[in-house]
Ligand binder design. Structure first.
Ligand code: PHE
Length: 349
């Protein structure tokens, strides 16, 4: 809490469901703080708060890179048991009323541990949910995120291996969830050999149905040789130590906050492994939810998601020119966009 540079965290204890709610508002320079709602168990409420703060910062970076008028925020809900059925619905409605009380200072959508159907319930109690169609149904951002990751992988392969083609490339997808599953399918369609890995064996098996796909044990995720490692599960997986040994040429995936420590990005760069910053690679879902708001049609959304590939190319080119990790180049773009907007709005700093 001492070092976080965000604006505020709004928290609430939901006694009935035994849940802690932390809505972290990181930076509203570009627009209202907007990010997904993550629901899962945490060892302590403090760990959940920390995750919310870190993830909210990633959303600031994601929106700035996309160039869309939203700020960085994230809500983490720490539960000590799975909420199901009527209890889940009642909780989500209370959560919606909590969001409504914030009057749009934090706005949300689905994330790990919540579903588009959950968001449709939340939206019955608040206007501040993105991705809700006029008929009240909700859009799944996962496949859009997957498409943006695919474009990122192609751009990174071009830089690391000389061409963007996926045929015959081995891609290890860690986490076969809302993004990992559609990503595995897209990769298989493009001719890649997919290594599917999930802590839930059933999920891994579903991905392994794709032609050319194989299952890798979760504990082997960071040790299995591949061309591309695509982390699509929880964050915090890359330490300086694990980066030192990672047997791949490209790291590009949808997981938020992949780096456990910034030094991991330096290690990958020194080893010649191309790391596409997570907040660049995983912007497809946010792009879809953000553009829907302004009435964009499917074609415009897909074009915006595909443009992530061009953004990655520009960042990798700048990183090569400046002889610095792609993370540094991406962060400079973020700082420049936030600075420009602050000046336009006459804000200090
Ligand atoms: N949770 C997804 C993400 O982190 C999608 C999302 C984006 C949800 C923006 C809400 C708002 O990008």
């Amino acid at each position: 809490m001492e070092t976080w540079k965000g604006e505020a965290v709004v928290w609430r204890r939901d006694h009935e469901a035994g849940a802690w709610i932390f809505a972290a508002i990181h930076d509203s320079t570009l627009g209202p703080a907007t990010g997904g709602t993550r629901m899962r168990p945490y060892a302590t409420a403090g760990a959940a708060l920390e995750d919310a703060m870190r993830l909210a910062e990633g959303m600031t970076e994601k929106w700035a890179i996309l160039g869309l008028p939203f700020g960085g925020g994230k809500c983490v809900i720490a539960v000590d048991r799975a909420l199901e059925g009527a209890e889940r619905e009642a909780f989500l409605l209370r959560y919606g009323r909590f969001l409504e009380s914030l009057r749009g200072a934090f706005q949300t959508g689905e994330d790990m541990g919540t579903t588009p159907a959950d968001m449709a319930v939340v939206a019955r109690a608040t206007r501040h949910v993105h991705g809700i169609a006029p008929d009240g149904s909700s859009i799944d951002p996962g496949p859009f995120t997957a498409r943006g990751v695919l474009r990122s992988i192609e751009a990174a392969l071009e830089a690391a291996a000389g061409n963007a083609g996926l045929a015959g490339r081995t891609v290890l997808v860690q986490g076969i969830g809302d993004v990992g599953a559609p990503l595995s399918r897209l990769l298989a369609e493009a001719g890649a050999d997919v290594l599917a890995c999930d802590v839930d064996a059933g999920r891994a098996a579903r991905a392994a149905n794709e032609p050319g796909a194989r299952i890798v044990a979760p504990e082997a995720a960071l040790a299995t040789p591949c061309d591309v490692f695509a982390p699509c599960a929880a964050g915090g997986i890359l330490t300086a130590e694990s980066a030192e040994a990672l047997p791949c040429r490209v790291v590009a995936g949808s997981a938020n906050a992949q780096l456990a420590e910034p030094a991991a990005a330096d290690v990958l760069h020194r080893r010649g492994v191309v790391y596409v910053p997570d907040f660049v690679a995983n912007g497809g879902g946010a792009a879809a939810l953000g553009l829907m708001e302004s009435g964009a049609d499917e074609a415009a959304i897909v074009a915006k998601v595909d443009a992530i590939g061009e953004t990655v190319r520009a960042i990798l080119a700048e990183s090569a020119r400046e002889k610095e990790p792609p993370l540094a180049a991406a962060r400079r773009i973020v700082a420049r966009r936030l600075g420009e907007r602050r000046r336009e709005r006459g804000l200090p700093g």
